[in-house]
Design a protein around this ligand. Structure first.
Ligand SMILES: [Zn+2]
Length: 299
């Protein structure tokens, strides 16, 4: 969809307070594609504000649901997330929220886990069922939560999902109820701080479109309105999880997802190596990378 198409919806958008700290004070951070990303003056969370209505989001995702978003080259990412999980859970049941075509769940099944998916896209869930024989609930996480009825899992994953949700705090608070006692929640979100450093450096150098907002195949997706309504970084995602009654067990750089663009993949490998060096040099204190993986448990 074009910025012009989005602007037709502008009058239906709603200004919201910060979902982490409830502060209504914010400053504009970035204007892109007919949307404004603001930064909370209290906790630093960056988010789209005013936010699209449910009707506008449905329109956006109807266009998105063409099947073309199913990525190839996910294997490296899936194996990396699986090994992070295996440090805490060696077996059990996994629920993947936003399970797409089921590639990650298939990877978990190969390690002996029982698997279940929730996916709002009809094309994605149909593919997961027909190609991978994965039990998949075709609907939103909100609809699944109201239908799940006390079903619980050892591992619940939300991989590149939270940034898309209109109210991630409400969903996370309810998602806790899906965890078995000692169950773990695994979250991956883009690291906005990392993408901000690159974008702001390009802006200072006078590069036009420093955040690649106006290119079709933008190489960085830290800021991606309107698909990404929130742009987390390690400190804000940790704060959100704690706000929702979760205890954070581990924060690390997430493995990267490769695609068909070879140069972009090379850039990702270099950036990932840079992130790992920073992480090691600071003895694990600095997590600054393409995206962040967090493991949490009920408090
Ligand atoms: Zn805030």
């Amino acid at each position: 969809m074009t910025a012009q198409a989005f602007s037709a919806w502008a009058s239906c958008r709603e200004t919201v307070a910060c979902r982490i700290c409830a502060s209504a004070r914010f400053t504009p951070y970035l204007e892109a594609r007919g949307f404004t990303i603001v930064q909370c003056s209290a906790c630093g969370l960056r988010y789209v504000n005013p936010q699209p209505s449910i009707a506008e989001l449905q329109q956006i995702y109807t266009v998105f649901d063409q099947g073309s978003q199913w990525r190839s080259g996910e294997e490296h990412f899936n194996l990396g997330v699986r090994s992070a999980i295996l440090r805490f859970k060696k077996m059990g049941s996994v629920l993947d929220i936003g399970s797409g075509a089921g590639n990650f769940l298939r990877c978990m099944r190969q390690a002996g886990f029982s698997i279940y998916g929730v996916e709002p896209s009809r094309a994605g869930s149909a593919y997961a069922v027909s190609e991978h024989k994965i039990k998949t609930f075709n609907g939103t996480i909100e609809a699944f939560l109201s239908s799940a009825r006390h079903r619980q899992f050892d591992v619940v994953t939300m991989l590149n999902v939270l940034e898309h949700l209109k109210d991630p705090a409400a969903v996370l608070c309810q998602t806790r109820t899906l965890l078995h006692e000692e169950g773990i929640l695994v979250v991956v979100v883009p690291d906005a701080r990392f993408h901000a450093v690159i974008g702001q450096t390009r802006r200072r150098l006078g590069v036009p479109d420093p955040f690649w907002m106006n290119t079709e195949r933008h190489p960085l997706v830290g800021f991606d309105p309107p698909h990404h309504l929130y742009s987390f970084e390690p400190r804000t995602i940790v704060r959100l999880l704690e706000h929702c009654g979760l205890r954070v067990l581990r924060v690390q750089n997430a493995p990267v997802i490769f695609n068909e663009d070879r140069w972009k993949n090379v850039a990702k490998v270099i950036l990932r190596a840079f992130s790992e060096v920073l992480h090691r040099l600071t003895r694990g204190h600095l997590v600054l990378g393409y995206s962040t993986l967090v493991i949490a448990q009920e408090q």
